[in-house]
Ligand binder design. Structure first.
Ligand code: PSU
Ligand code: MN
Length: 308
């Protein structure tokens, strides 16, 4: 069920998204933290554009979500996307501070959690991203657990990702998702993927072979009255993956650098991604773009199969 949006909320739909909503076309939400904090310019804008095009090619409509000068945008016009990709004073916003960015007329890039909230309010049921936040390694000391996991438990949006980044503690991330009742379904594989690599070495809790089967599973959840989100893990294409053993070396170094530089809070994920980008001499970015494109395609297929 879509919660009504107050007429007082500064919200703006792109022309393409408004038209899609009017004719009941399938929509796919996209986040903006991946653009501002996840990738360097100009790789970020190339990724953002190509992901939108892939969604259109599948017969769905992309809705990139961001806060620009205090307005919550559901779908960005091409020049707004370009502006966002170049900005460097953008807040990374999650459930805790999405409304803060709006109230204070700031620029805000939405994380998975904040994008899910905005998508649900706009009636969008499917969302494509790269990787979700999760339980960080050493969380037993730092308590660093992404708000994305709690949002998946609360908000009824299907999130398509390439698994959990191996910079996280993947087994603990899966444990929290299980505790919070979030279905974790790997598409077309029995193994849960690890973002840059096709396998995390862990079995996926659930697995389904087609977008139609995923849409049907969601329909049964709706019919049972089970709310909350669902996570679809889509392994990176073989041609683009960086093998797990190799990634472990870079991740180990990036984590050591983060400790040395005393990085904490919401700076951790962007710091590690940037470090890994440099350690792999840009190869991680190529993989990152390929997997987001792959997720956009699957998300659009699911949205089409769900018929909205
Ligand atoms: N995965 C990426 N790039 C990113 C992120 C994830 O490949 O930029 C972002 C997403 O927006 C995700 C956020 O929601 O990192 C998680 O941050 P944190 O761990 O601070 O919750
Ligand atoms: Mn965190």
């Amino acid at each position: 069920m879509t919660r009504p949006i107050s007429p007082l909320l500064p919200i703006s739909y792109s022309a393409e998204v408004s038209a899609a909503k009017q004719r009941g076309a399938p929509l796919v939400a996209l986040e903006s933290t991946i653009i501002t904090h996840g990738m360097p310019y100009p790789g970020n804008i190339e990724m953002a554009r190509s992901v939108e095009d892939i969604i259109r090619q599948q017969g769905a409509v992309p809705a990139t979500i961001a806060v620009i000068k205090g307005t919550l945008h559901i779908g960005l016009e091409p020049e707004q996307l370009e502006t966002l990709a170049k900005l460097d004073n953008v807040m990374k916003v999650s459930r805790a501070d999405l409304a803060f960015a709006i109230a204070e007329r700031r620029h805000g890039a939405t994380t998975v959690a904040a994008t899910m909230i905005a998508a649900a309010r706009a009636g969008i049921k499917v969302f494509a991203t790269g990787g979700i936040g999760g339980v960080h390694r050493g969380a037993e000391e730092s308590f660093d657990i992404s708000a994305d996991l709690e949002e998946l438990a609360r908000t009824g949006v299907i999130v398509v990702c390439a698994g959990a980044k191996a910079i996280l503690d993947v087994p603990k991330t899966l444990e929290v998702l299980e505790t919070r009742g979030v279905p974790v379904v790997t598409y077309d594989s029995e193994e849960f993927p690890a973002f840059w690599s096709r396998s995390s070495g862990l079995k996926s809790p659930l697995s389904l072979p087609s977008p139609a089967a995923i849409a049907n599973f969601q329909k049964m959840r709706d019919q049972l009255g089970i709310d909350g989100g669902m996570l679809i893990a889509n392994p990176v294409p073989e041609a683009d993956e960086i093998p797990r053993e190799e990634m472990e070396i870079y991740i180990g170094r990036a984590l050591a650098n983060a400790e040395r530089d005393e990085i904490s809070g919401k700076a951790v994920t962007p710091y590690l991604l940037d470090n890994i980008f440099h350690l792999t001499e840009g190869r991680s970015l190529k993989t990152n773009i390929a997997l987001v494109e792959n997720n956009a395609r699957l998300a659009a297929e699911i949205a089409v199969a769900m018929g909205n």
